[in-house]
Design a protein around this ligand. Sequence first.
Ligand SMILES: [Zn+2]
Length: 260
Amino acid sequence: MSDPNAFDGPREPTGFVCVWSPGGVQAAAVRVSGELNLVTAPQVVQVLDEALEHARLIMVNVRDLSFVDDSGLQVLVDATRRARTSGARLVLVGVSAELAQWFAVTGTRPLVDMLPGTPSAAGGREDAVARGFDPLLNPVNARIVAARVMDIPDRALWAHSLDGTIRCGWAPAAEDLRLPVGAPLEVYLDHQGAVNGWWHTASRVAVNQRHLTSIDAAPTTAAGLACQGACELIWQAPAAVHVLDHDERCLTCAGALVLA
Ligand SMILES: [Zn+2]
């Protein structure tokens, strides 16, 4: 039976299950249920590592976890770090209020990525699927590059990706951009390797530069695009109207976009 106060003490593992399955393009889904503790943590590590070997986006459904202890929390944090450093993304879905609070009080909230959504009803991925799109089917998943900001001269942003290449993305005026040099980014490429946009996950600053004709020709107006999908990001988009004209989807979750 689920204990509403289960996040503050160790218990014996019961009904534990952790499995992964391939999803869409370079994506995988993980479902873990029962108690995530010192005993079950190694199995979760193994499953998450297997998923990370096969996918760039791993959505971990934690809705049916009844208990998470310190070691369990560390497993999720460590796996998120391994994903980020390898250019992949691990996203927790169905996070309960208790687990969210557990991340908050331990100071680990910035170290994990989670989709908003209430775990009691439809939440996270299920909610997105119900609204007509599925993050696992986002073709951008295969073209995520982890990068770090090297410099922000004027309106140009240079990102050094993990494969050693230097990529230029569009950035709002430097004084409006609060990214520290060295900040890790997710960079989204098109099939030719050009930058479609980027996302600073810690601050949720996100830029969609689809249909921007030139990095050098700074646009005179920049509008925001609100994602109606699971990520709920507001994309700063210098060519927002053109993005909508082409029926483009959100870069991270493939959700529909509207002018913010
Ligand atoms: Zn989105």
